[in-house]
Design a protein. Structure first.
Length: 336
């Protein structure tokens, strides 16, 4: 399970083999004490300013429990994890070899294909569920996606791949507007819709970065997204196929059902700029974690979506090592 720390001034300590959390219970009152067996925890997510004891950190590290701090907009700003090497230099050399070969473009096509197919499937599912006609957007996205098969990886194809990804995404969000009237999808947008989606994607980035680190892959050495200072390019590559299954399908219903449109779900931080309130964050995080813990059948086994995400990272590592000849993007339809 994931332990969420979302109350200001929480203290995280330990006792034996248990993490002990003391949460403030109002001015002048005693703290509420809760205990969690360390063996049941996978991650401690800190959403609000809190303090943690050295003993608690040591206990978490000994049991490979990740401690991650999320910023105001959901992106991980820091994490504490074991200093023991999780990866092998040989694996990272193989990752570097693939990133400099034509196989990098083939993987990039698969990341885009996985993302696009999941967006199209999600749009079709919403249209059927809510009796809305999204056939035009769906057909237009499918038509342009067909051109992927003719790309071989020259310089022009790299630009075309970005164009295809952008076009399908534009058609996808254009279709979503028929269900809920937001303005536009902007990665840096600070309106309520974009702030909520960005926060959800931040949680996804954290899950993917952790998986890469624990498998031994370099999260900053990408195949599709360009490398840059402090930019986890491989994480950005791998999250593409999981945006719809983990975030969109969890967050969008919060707007459709008017859960996130209620008073008090957002704080105004500037002119027409919002960020999720503590209450809003709690609601969104709960929805995303529920999706992560949903069971599906993937690659012949019943597992949670979170376990499927971790399997995808291991699958990519096996591909780098030559143990697998094909990488298969995660399919959103296994969730429907």
């Amino acid at each position: 399970m994931d332990l969420l720390i979302d109350a200001y001034g929480t203290f995280i300590g330990s006792s034996g083999e248990r993490i002990v959390v003391r949460v403030p219970n109002g001015y002048g009152k005693k703290r509420i004490k809760k205990e969690y067996p360390i063996r049941r925890l996978k991650k401690i997510i800190v959403l609000r300013p809190s303090s943690i004891s050295t003993h608690a950190v040591k206990l978490a590290l000994e049991h490979e429990v990740d401690i991650v701090y999320l910023g105001s907009f959901g992106k991980p700003i820091g994490r504490i994890f074991s200093s023991e090497p999780k990866g092998i230099a040989t694996l990272r050399r193989m990752q570097l070899d693939v990133s400099n070969s034509p196989r990098a473009f083939e993987l990039a096509k698969l990341f885009v294909l996985g993302k696009a197919k999941n967006q199209i499937s999600h749009l079709a599912y919403l249209g059927m569920k809510h009796n809305k006609d999204v056939s035009t957007e769906k057909l237009q996205a499918e038509a342009v996606l067909q051109s992927l098969q003719y790309m071989r990886g020259d310089k022009k194809d790299c630009g075309r791949l970005l164009g295809i990804e952008g076009y399908v995404a534009e058609r996808y969000f254009s279709g979503l507007k028929k269900f809920y009237g937001f303005k536009n999808r902007k990665p840096e947008g600070r309106d309520k819709f974009n702030s909520a989606f960005n926060y959800g994607y931040g949680i996804l980035y954290n899950e993917m970065e952790r998986a890469c680190l624990y498998v031994g892959l370099d999260p900053y050495l990408g195949l599709y997204h360009t490398e840059g200072y402090g930019k986890p390019s491989l994480v950005l590559d791998l999250v593409e196929e999981f945006r719809v299954p983990i975030v969109d399908s969890a967050v969008f219903p919060l707007f459709l059902n008017k859960n996130l449109t209620k008073k008090g779900m957002f704080d105004l931080v500037g002119k027409n700029q919002y960020q999720l309130s503590t209450k809003g964050k709690g609601l969104l995080v709960e929805a995303v974690l529920k999706r992560l813990n949903q069971e599906v059948v993937w690659k012949g086994k019943r597992r949670t979506v979170k376990a499927a995400l971790e399997e995808q990272v291991r699958s990519l590592a096996r591909y780098f090592k030559g143990e697998e000849s094909v990488y298969t993007p995660f399919d959103y339809t296994v969730l429907i």
